[in-house]
Design a binder for this molecule. Structure first.
Ligand code: TRP
Length: 428
């Protein structure tokens, strides 16, 4: 499998289609988008390259890469932090995957057909406020994830997703066109792309950084593990840029569908985690063959969610296997049952769900990322890093810029945003 396709499979998921639009909507629209682009280019891409380089250099997954490069030190804790982050993400991620699965079943069955706008909103709130249904659909998605991981067939799933993800992409493109043509659609687009700097807050900056990490699956060692599969001939810098561009494009296009609809149908952009679900059924209702589009869209999104969920559970299972010397099956069962427990807490309480969502993206991933870059500049020699990034045989012309970013810009910026963000978050 192509390196870009494999890493993009982990990166592209609910983070792009579900999380990105809702956070943009809560955080003032285009200002958030602008910050998101800046952070992705200057902070996240260099971090992804660093993770890839560490993984390839050691040939080891995150659970052992750091301890190999710094034996006897505490740096191996980066792997533990990554495992905990993955663990908490799966717990609420599968609730959203469950909603998505429910929506695909509802689309196929025609339950979403010709609902009026308030009915679409009620449809979602009756689902999200019904723990019983949330749990059932979450359990189905979590079980599917566990079966794939236990059988060790994630490669097979990724092969399908290599065909299905471009389809999802095309579908989103069609939806963008339809959304733009809605009356009021262009106001929505303006909200999304024309920055209003009066909406800039500490919170916006904090969330934009967290969303960029979440969407690219960085700061928790997943990309270190992917790096260990990279061949010597692969160009790390261009792989990272490609993955980030694909990921950004999917997120951007999702926003370009959602916000025109939000404005056309009079939905509150700050609606929160339900935004996608109260918005999209309205546009499918206005499309010819809407029911088919809707069914395909939600099914493809289920696949995207499943591939991300599988690679999250892999992180936890790898850790259990190694630390407790367990077999793959046992480790998978233990990991998924524990995730189920935390998942139950998230489905019973909106507050717990929000805390998990915020703490993983905005706190745990930035800490992980910060530790990874500090490790890279203190424990790996500059020339060794250069050698790793140039292993495919061509000089990396931007190496000095890369190193400057990783050494100074990334840690300082993460540090400042992080501390301010925490203060703002606590005093909210
Ligand atoms: N990036 C994924 C998404 O956008 C979510 C995610 C975060 C993830 N960290 C990860 C997926 C680690 C796999 C592995 O949906």
């Amino acid at each position: 499998m192509g390196a870009v396709a494999a890493a993009a499979g982990s990166a592209v998921g609910l983070g792009n289609v579900w999380r990105f639009p809702y956070v943009v909507g809560e955080d003032g629209g285009a200002v958030f988008l602008l910050l998101y682009v800046i952070f992705t280019a200057l902070i996240s891409i260099p971090i992804m390259m660093t993770e890839f380089a560490i993984g390839r250099k050691t040939g080891l997954p995150v659970t052992s890469a750091f301890s190999k490069l710094a034996p006897g030190s505490k740096w191996g804790l980066i792997g533990v932090l990554g495992m905990l982050t993955a663990f908490l993400i799966i717990s609420y991620y599968n609730i959203v995957s469950g909603w998505t699965l429910y929506y695909s079943v509802a689309s196929v069955s025609g339950w979403l057909d010709s609902l009026s706008e308030p009915e679409v909103t009620d449809f979602f709130s009756s689902l999200s406020s019904d723990p019983f249904r949330c749990i059932i659909w979450m359990v189905i998605m979590l079980t599917a994830t566990a079966v794939v991981v236990a059988q060790g067939v994630s490669g097979g799933i990724e092969k399908y997703s290599k065909i299905l993800m471009p389809l999802l992409f095309i579908l989103i493109l069609v939806m963008v066109v339809r959304a733009m043509l809605l009356p009021g659609g262009l106001d929505g687009l303006a909200f999304f792309v024309k920055p209003d700097f009066s909406k800039l807050t500490t919170r916006t900056v904090f969330d934009a950084l967290g969303q960029s990490f979440f969407s690219l699956s960085i700061g928790m060692g997943t990309m270190t593990t992917y790096g260990s599969y990279l061949r010597k001939t692969e160009n790390i810098s261009s792989t990272a840029i490609h993955v980030a561009s694909i990921d950004f494009l999917v997120a951007f296009l999702s926003g370009a569908v959602i916000f025109p609809c939000v404005f056309a149908f009079g939905i509150n952009p700050g609606e929160g985690p339900g935004l996608v679900f109260v918005t999209l059924p309205n546009i499918f209702n206005q499309m010819p063959f809407g029911r088919i589009f809707s069914s395909c869209f939600f099914l493809l999104l289920v696949v995207a969610a499943l591939t991300s969920s599988v690679s999250l559970l892999e992180v936890v299972v790898a850790y259990f296997k190694q630390s407790f010397k367990m077999g793959r099956r046992r480790a998978t069962i233990l990991a998924s049952v524990s995730c189920l427990f935390f998942g139950l807490c998230c489905s019973l309480s909106q507050a717990v769900f929000n805390i998990f969502d915020n703490v993983t993206a905005n706190i745990m991933m930035p800490i992980g990322a910060l530790l990874i870059v500090i490790f890279a500049v203190t424990r790996i020699k500059r020339e060794d890093m250069r050698a790793e990034l140039e292993k495919h045989g061509k000089p990396f012309r931007l190496f000095n810029l890369y190193y400057f970013l990783v050494r100074y810009v990334v840690p300082v910026v993460i540090g400042i945003i992080f501390i301010n963000g925490i203060v703002a978050w606590l005093s909210k």
